[in-house]
Write a protein that binds this ligand. Sequence first.
Ligand code: HEM
Ligand code: FES
Length: 775
Amino acid sequence: SADKQQNHPAMGCPVTGTAADGCPVSHQAAEFDPFGSDYQLDPAEALRWSRDQAPVFYSPKLDYWVISRYDDIKAAFRDNITFSPAIALEKITPVSQEAQDVLRGYDYAMNRTLVNEDEPQHTERRRVLMEHFTPENLEGHKPMVRRLTREALDRIIDQGEADLVDEMLWEIPLTVALHFLGVPEEDMDKLREYSIAHTVNTWGRPSKDEQIKVAHAVGNFWQYAGKVLEKMRATPDGPGWMRYAIRQQASYPEVVTDSYLHSMMMAIIVAAHETTAHASANMFRRLLEQRELWEEVCRKPRLIPNAVEECLRHTGSVVAWRRITTRPVTVGDVQLPEGARLLMVTASGNHDERHFENPDELDLYRDNAVEHLTFGYGSHQCMGKNIARMEMRIFLEEFTRRLPHMELVPDQQFTYLPNTSFRGPDHLRVRWDPVNNPERRSDQAREPRMDFDIGAPSVKDLARTVRLADKRVLAKDIVGLSLEDPHGRPLPNWTPGAHVELLLDEMGRHYSLCGDPAHPERLELAVLREPASRGGSIYVHDRLQVGDEIGIRGPKNHFRLDERAEEYVLIAGGIGVTPIITMADRLKRLGKPYTLHYAGRSRRTMAFLDRLAAEHGERLHLYPSDEGVRLRIDAAIGEPSEGRQIYACGPERLLEALELATDGWPAGMLHVEHFGAAGALLDPGKEEAFDVVLEDSGLTVRVAPDQTLLEALRAAGIDVASDCEEGLCGTCEVTVTSGEDIDHRDRVLSREERGEGNRMMACCSRARGKISLAL
Ligand code: HEM
Ligand code: FES
């Protein structure tokens, strides 16, 4: 380990003796430089080798262990006892004696505040102070953010060119934070001035002279914050989070102390400011760099919440976060000693293909973008995330509407303040021709098109527009639809068993795909007219016309074909043939043995008979009931056999009969897809409340009789992705860690999976008694 020793003569190798030469630090690990340009420009790319080869490694240059995979980082965030946040704000470069002396001159006494605090104090305080961050409360701050953004835009709109960072992205998040805290207007300018100077020194490597300058600014900041706080104490019933905290102090004096309030005031300004400013600049840069994405957002403002989230994932403003181990612990397969300092590179986790499909692509339609690690995770997860989201959404809404023709000034070099953890360009220069400003043609362009709910984005808004290219009758009461991208681009790939959701007049309806996955330029569906249903199929039959544009979500697949089985039995009832036919095609292509059983009322009502006969010949067994031919389930499925899998889609009666017939068979043999939603709507008169312990967040949440678990989690600020919200799609699955009596109401989990008792669908399932979740 000579190499390392040269860099850090005072530091012993923390893992000596575990490799033949006494030093297990690889060449790449030894070379890893968090202040080098690779990591500064693109931390995720700079750590690709690590994600693939050494997901946990010791960096001698930094004297930290670096963690780069999504699962490992999330696991560490989850356990804030073993992985203490105590070092989260520690200076990467130790403060010089002179700077310390300067600070002492200002009676500087910054204490730990939330983000770097250990338990039990942290959760105690977080609970007492959390209420101000609830969605209802944040609603009230929206008009202020809107106003600030509009004023900034008014200032630049006729200029034709601007540096977005200098002219607004830097300023507005700070002003928003000051409003949120309730700082009186007359004190804002001073606090703004001091706090900006402060941000240099935690994460970077300031020179000696800079340190002295910064120390004076921080000292002034500290004193001024104290004065403003005293002033607020005189009007404790006034607005803002600080006064709320002052009021809480009266009830919980030993939890919310004086020194705590003073530290908090400064800490929040810092936490809220740079993070949001940088994230916003990154977002504009990324979207403008890929012009077609920017244009897509201009056309479809509904995409804005997810665009913001995806930008936070793809190019977040926090790229790494720190923890220190409080006991020896294994991460990945590396043994860490007690006291190991960890740099968890969240930007790398966000680009981990083990968690995100095509992670390097910025995908506005990504439906799990919300799982990014940019806000951290678990009991310390960013309390201000919904404020940041609100700001970024409003920025994007205003700019895509008022300056859709804005572009990046070409060939600009982006520069960054070198540091391990925060990332955002110092400047972002854009330009446009004011002659083309939409508001010069119509005043309407000045008015917001859209308001967004507080909280995580809803996957409901992620619809693509497609055009109906063909519509034809396939059988009595069944029409076939062909859908294309209106611009001729390929549609997403899909696999047999997948479905899409058609958005018809605000109604979402799920239909299995029945075309050929090898031709992604067209999606094929078959829709049965169902007079008794909620109207979706009637709309398709009677109103939808070739050339119409409609929204679709998906494809998604919760009915996947496991291609490793030895033989297959496929069973379709009525319109349930749609996913089954694609499975049969696939099995034929794979050369696997299969039989295909298809039951219906009469041949006239059974779609695809010609195609099935031509493609699947003697493997096909038809059961039109008006001809007296009945499907005998026992005969179709045969005896239990390890290598056989059964896939079935059809009416409830058929699927129930199959469940019964395979009772006691080896687990995992039967796969079914239901047509419709499982449960009725919530009937509060019949439901019981239950308590849920959230292990990662340290909260207990009560789910009221008139609330779903999903709603209760969201009200508590926990982001859980959801999609169908009726128990069909599996998106809202949560992990159950304890609690026996789960009342499963979804259509996703199989009998075996329910039996295991370790997961449930938050949108519909409930519990009889207390349960704990890994959230
Ligand atoms: C904590 C990121 C905006 C207030 C955190 C943490 C991260 C983070 C990574 C640590 C999470 C953990 O340890 O698990 C961000 C980003 C933001 C942002 C990327 C903007 C895009 C804000 C805003 C506020 C805020 C606007 C306040 C108005 C806080 C607080 C904590 C925190 C109070 C400490 C929570 C605790 O430890 O319990 N943030 N933040 N943040 N953030 Fe943010
Ligand atoms: Fe689809 Fe819950 S959101 S199952």
